[in-house]
Design a protein. Sequence first.
Length: 181
Amino acid sequence: MLNYLITPLISASIGYLTNKIAITMLFRPRNSIFGIQGLFIKRKVDLADKIAEIIVERLIAAGLDQVTSDKIDSVITDVSNDMSRTIIAGSGVSDQAELEPVVGNIIKTAIYKSIALSDVNVSEANSGHMREIIKNNFIAIDNDEFEALVRAIAGKEFFEIELIGAILGGLIGFINILITN
């Protein structure tokens, strides 16, 4: 009778521990031992590259496209309003010399606003540079800190995986008893 309890408990413990070890091996060993290294540590550069790509291409570039579009409309509206005021005010101007500085300031403002827009635009070179900065900063994260971050995010799911291992192990142990007796 004791066998019906001990075998499933031992099998459950084995299932739990193997899943716990498997999750730990996502991060360890830190350095390659006989070609074995923690998955996330071994693939950290690839992971950093993909994260940087996603951040730049899907988040920053997409967001800046929207900002740029809004800014373009804003610049067009501002310059149009300035030109309209100038033309209206121009009807009261008696000398062209008085009008030239006003128009010059409007043109200067439009140029400055265009420069501001060009700084916001994400060119291919800027996109690649941003990706490299994000990638290098991700790679620079200490491995212990990276593990702690992932565990903080996925700790509940890791525990559920370990628990599923215990349940499956216990079930296999129980089935083993039924088959062998």
